[in-house]
Design a protein around this ligand. Structure first.
Ligand SMILES: NC(=O)c1ccc[n+]([C@@H]2O[C@H](COP(=O)([O-])OP(=O)(O)OC[C@H]3O[C@@H](n4cnc5c(N)ncnc54)[C@H](O)[C@@H]3O)[C@@H](O)[C@H]2O)c1
Length: 250
């Protein structure tokens, strides 16, 4: 399938993990893709892989928690390709911390990247989409944006914020032909989750919590982003899709 020929996608957190899979999925279906990440070394590797596959990409080193850098990256993309049809607003961070010990700086850091960064990117891209007559925005939330998990107060708050940011954007932007949805993955195997949990914990987690009996792959989430960006989702806006192997069915 090549559903995104002549489309331009802007993917944040594209240097590895789920964002990298999303970027490659859009590119494999014909999109030109701005690869956005704060990690220059990983971004170089991601660009190289895309070049080898013959994909058209534009690597942009950006800290999404810096509004000026985000704005500049959107301008660069529009200068290069004239428009942005799809935003995969995916960049994020996570770590465990007890609520009673959670430092103010750590709380702020989490919200700065996961929620403020998502807002800066979504708003700047939305302004471009209004000018060009429409587009599709997909914000990366989490099952932690729907139900709580101990030791993740800062992360859960950021992801819950994204779910409602998404709904509000959908309410205000529908009249500009912009659809906005969020995706809520459960446990997906990526460098982020590998850094937090040891294999023994993961085994137990799967057994106790995931009806499908396995963790997800980045491509399981990338396919849902591609669906939401496609014409098959033309009447879907203001909602969230849970991609969790059945975990929240309990
Ligand atoms: N892995 C999971 O189980 C899981 C589950 C639910 C939701 N998520 C969400 O999916 C998204 C991707 O997670 P992942 O597991 O692929 O993580 P990851 O750590 O493997 O990748 C994160 C990406 O975001 C980029 N990034 C981080 N901070 C940034 C910043 N300030 N500016 C620009 N880029 C930045 C990193 O460079 C990297 O490319 C995150 O928003 C995460 O919260 C992940």
């Amino acid at each position: 399938m090549r559903r995104f020929t002549n489309k331009v996608a802007f993917v944040t957190g594209a240097s590895r993990g789920i964002g990298n899979s999303i970027a490659e999925r859009f590119a494999s279906e014909g999109a030109k893709v701005a690869l956005v990440s704060n990690n220059e070394e990983e971004l170089d590797q991601a660009e190289q892989r895309c070049n080898e596959l013959g994909y058209e990409v534009l690597p942009l080193v950006v800290d999404v928690s810096n509004a000026d850098q985000v704005e500049h990256a959107v301008e660069r993309t529009v200068a290069e390709w004239g428009r942005v049809d799809i935003l995969a607003n995916n960049a994020g961070i996570a770590w465990e911390e007890d609520f009673l010990e959670l430092k103010d700086d750590n709380w702020r850091k989490m919200l700065d990247v996961n929620l403020n960064g998502m807002f800066y990117t979504a708003q700047r891209i939305s302004r471009q989409m209004v000018k060009q007559g429409g587009g599709v925005i997909i914000n990366m939330a989490s099952t932690n944006g729907i139900v709580g998990e101990a030791k993740y107060a800062h992360y859960n708050a950021s992801k819950g914020g994204i779910v409602l940011l998404t709904k509000t954007m959908a309410l205000e932007l529908g009249k500009y032909n912009i659809r906005v949805n969020s995706v809520c993955p459960g446990y997906i195997q990526t460098p982020m989750s590998e850094a937090i949990d040891d294999p023994e914990f993961v085994e137990q987690y799967i057994r106790m919590k995931i009806p499908l009996g396995k963790v997800g792959k980045p491509s399981d989430v990338a396919g849902v982003f591609a669906f939401l960006a496609s014409g098959d989702a033309a009447f879907i806006t203001g909602t969230e899709i849970i991609v969790d192997g059945g975990q929240l069915a309990f």
